[in-house]
Design a protein around this ligand. Structure first.
Ligand SMILES: Nc1ncnc2c1ncn2[C@@H]1O[C@H](COP(=O)(O)OP(=O)(O)OP(=O)(O)O)[C@@H](O)[C@H]1O
Length: 751
């Protein structure tokens, strides 16, 4: 009986892969055939673009479906029977019968939510475990007690598949969890996309992985809107982004930009370093006021008056004239560079009036002798005078954000002296904390991009006309939809049904040039459709100002754990972060189960925050391994670490040595095979990293070195990175929270 079930499922999976191969070949052939069609034939070009745009997106999704294509099956009491997979696939029949349903479709939801108590219409839920294209195991859960059918795969613990996933050796890359999403996680993944959702939870509660699945879900549920506006995912450092970078492509989603906060000002690479104190000061909201005042400082008054030797007579630009022009320009309430023409026009008008008065004065006291044409002529000459322009530039200079912030940091003003001393820059490049300052400066200065915008609009109108032609043509060549967006009700759709000419024009722009995510990466003023911020607790007030500008719709998911805050500039409570932007209109959810760290390790790690807050409650670990964390005191740190690594390396998976930054170089010298440095290769079997680099990551085995030199939150982060084994190596006495650790294999305390 049971082998027969397995055989049936295998036949189904074979059928599925055959269908996938068919679809992939079809899409690839279409693209290959279409691409050479170029030349001057406009119609051929139109056809080609339609085909390529439609088929290339499908290819990415088909590739994603290659692994773990189908992992579940739902048998409903009413006879419906659906397989659930990574992407939706339909048969090539007249009805386009669904073969496998996308995990994000509503009909797939009982796979994650149904319980014996609330079966959601299910009779039976099946988990299919596959290795490559081979079905290796089935787990059946009976949800309808009246169901007497038995397949021989019942009875296994419902958590068996989850526990197997959690226990598996790590690879140095995060994997998707579509097979084992838990109910509390599902609710977050599918929460409405409007507004701000804060997801809080302790280490290992799945905040990151849930946020990534939420991005995949939102791109599915709001495809048109989000594919055009792109989704931004902000993570703490490049190694972390590399670690999570494969999850969304494995779910068939590529319209996402991953960036660290230091990468969010296009054209500037922030590789400089500075003290934590300087970064903290630069992160304060007060910097926005200081910069705003500094911009005003650049709107100066002449002292003494500027005298310009003009062809028609001397012009005198004194403080009164400049003050009136400045008042006029400031009243326009525009950013500095955009208000500059107002200042310039006022100065030119005033100088023209000055000259008119002098040249046209009637010696007999009558009205001015110059007519309007003469005055216009005088004004023109003044407006073209390089000296007048020089004077305007001196009093109201055109500024770039880089210039403004560099000048400001050379001599910081509008700050208490001690703060100014801490951030004064004598040398070195841009630092991550400078990025929000540059962005603030860009806002204060405004970008005088009127000409660029007019050109872009003209280009866009051309594209809309072009797209209209594309739509007319595509109507005759309808293609299939691969996914089950509307489940049973879904129909065969073609480009014409999905979008109007304007939207297609946007699509064409993407197809012809760059993806929305790539365009977004290069555009400081891009408004993202949704932003996900991981380790959100680390961001400064200034960084929040930047991010909020990137998301005027305030459609955001913020993920974090205040107990893991490492940056001194990280701003306190969610209330204080969000009040300026959303008042109290945001939602807060908490994840309470630790899927990473076994009980033995979590109990130890929790003592760190508990020494400051006795009421601290860690997330509940879902599993225990029976392996106790250990500590070893040594006089030869590098030697002891090398020995421990050699010993632990016999275990499967990945090992991390997490040491204070100052020890990392010496330790990596003692471990020649380990990957280390600013951008360690996390897929290497052994890495040496500092606690900041360890944020968000996980390893099978972790060796924490010299914990007495860690700050409390860094130590908490370091101790919670292991999925299996934790050891501590030290020369100095252990911090109190770890004092009960004993030597491996002994019960005795190490102190
Ligand atoms: N439902 C699940 N099924 C399988 N694995 C899961 C599930 N939920 C979480 N995990 C795994 O648990 C581990 C921890 O998840 P994740 O890194 O997202 O946690 P986190 O809350 O962001 O942790 P931290 O704050 O410590 O960085 C990951 O390996 C993740 O794949």
């Amino acid at each position: 009986m049971s082998n027969e079930e397995l055989r049936h499922e295998q036949e189904f999976i074979d059928l599925l892969y055959a269908r996938l191969a068919e679809m992939r070949t079809g899409a690839a052939a279409t693209v290959t055939e279409a691409l050479p069609r170029e030349g001057n034939n406009a119609q051929a070009r139109l056809e080609r673009d339609v085909l390529v745009a439609e088929q290339s997106g499908l290819l990415a999704a088909f590739d994603a479906g290659e692994h773990g294509l189908c992992f579940g099956r739902l048998l409903f009491r009413d006879g419906r029977d659906h397989h659930i997979g990574r992407i939706g696939i339909r048969r090539d029949d007249a009805e386009r019968t669904p073969l496998v349903i996308d995990w994000r479709a509503d009909v797939a939801r009982p796979f994650y939510l149904a319980t014996g108590h609330t079966p959601m219409g299910l009779r039976r839920r099946r988990h299919l475990t596959t290795e490559g294209r081979r079905v290796t195991a089935l787990h059946d859960e009976i949800l309808d007690l009246a169901d007497a059918v038995r397949t021989g795969h019942e009875g296994s613990d419902a958590d068996a598949v989850l526990l197997a996933a959690l226990d598996a050796a790590r690879t140095g890359r995060m994997h998707d969890i579509v097979q084992t999403i838990q109910a509390e996680q599902d609710a977050i993944i599918r929460a409405p996309h409007d507004g701000i959702l804060v997801v809080e939870g302790g280490p290992g509660t799945g905040k990151t992985v849930v946020a990534l699945h939420r991005a995949a879900y939102l791109l599915y549920a709001h495809r048109e809107q989000l594919a055009r506006r792109a989704v931004l995912i902000v993570g703490p450092n490049p190694a972390f982004l590399g670690y999570i970078g494969e999850v969304l492509p494995s779910l068939g989603e590529t319209g996402v930009l991953l960036a660290t906060p230091a990468e969010l000002f296009p054209g500037v690479t922030a590789t400089g370093t500075e003290t934590a104190e300087a970064a903290e000061i630069k992160g304060r909201a007060a910097m926005a006021d200081a910069l705003a005042h500094f911009v005003q400082d650049r709107q100066t008054l002449p002292d003494p008056a500027i005298v310009i030797d003009h062809d028609d007579g001397e012009l005198r630009l004194d403080a009164d004239l400049a003050r009136a022009a400045r008042r006029h320009a400031r009243a326009a309430d525009l950013p500095h560079n955009l208000a500059r023409p107002h200042f310039a026009f006022h100065v030119i008008d005033a100088l023209t009036a000055q000259l008119t008065e002098r040249l046209g004065a009637d010696p007999y006291g009558g009205p001015n002798l110059l007519g309007p044409d003469d005055i216009a002529q005088l004004g023109k000459a003044i407006a073209l005078s390089p000296d007048v322009h020089g004077a305007i530039e001196e009093l109201w200079p055109a500024l770039t954000p880089q210039q403004l912030v560099a000048d400001y940091l050379a001599e910081p003003v509008h700050l208490p002296d001690a703060d100014a001393d801490a951030i004064r820059r004598t040398a070195g490049g841009w630092t991550p904390a400078d990025i929000p300052l540059l962005d603030e400066a860009a806002e204060l200065l405004g970008e005088d991009d009127a000409a660029a915008r007019a050109a872009a609009e003209a280009r866009r109108q051309e594209q809309i006309a072009y797209a209209q032609g594309v739509l007319d043509l595509s109507y005759g060549s309808r293609t299939q939809e691969f996914e089950d967006r509307d489940d049973e009700e879904s129909e065969v759709l073609a480009a014409r049904d999905l979008m109007d000419a304007e939207r297609l024009a946007d699509r064409q722009e993407e197809a012809d040039h760059r993806t929305a995510a790539e365009r977004a990466a290069a555009d400081r003023t891009w408004a993202f459709g949704h932003i996900i911020v991981d380790e959100a607790q680390e961001l400064s007030e200034m960084a929040w100002r930047l991010l909020m500008r990137r998301c005027p719709m305030r459609s955001m998911t913020l993920v974090g754990d205040p107990t893991q805050t490492a940056e001194p500039g990280g701003c306190g409570t969610w209330e204080s972060i969000l009040a300026p932007y959303a008042g109290d209109r945001w939602h807060h959810v908490r994840l309470g189960v630790n899927y990473r760290t076994p009980t033995e390790i979590m109990e130890l790690a929790a003592r760190v925050p508990r020494s400051a807050d006795p009421a601290f409650a860690p997330p509940r670990s879902i599993r225990s391994t029976g392996v106790r964390p250990w500590a070893r005191r040594t006089d030869d740190l590098a030697g002891a670490v090398a020995e421990a690594v050699a010993h632990e390396a016999s275990e499967a998976g990945r090992l991390a040595v997490i040491a204070p930054h100052s020890h990392c170089a010496a330790l990596s010298a003692a471990l020649p095979d380990a990957s280390a440095g600013a951008a360690p290769d996390l897929t290497s079997p052994v890495v040496v990293i500092d606690p900041r680099q360890a944020k968000g990551l996980e390893f099978d085995t972790v060796l924490v070195v010299e914990p007495a030199e860690f700050g409390a939150s860094d130590l908490y982060v370091a101790l919670t990175r292991a999925t299996q084994r934790l050891g501590v190596l030290h020369t100095e006495p252990l911090p109190a929270a770890l004092s009960e650790l004993s030597e491996p294999g002994t019960g005795a305390s190490d102190r």
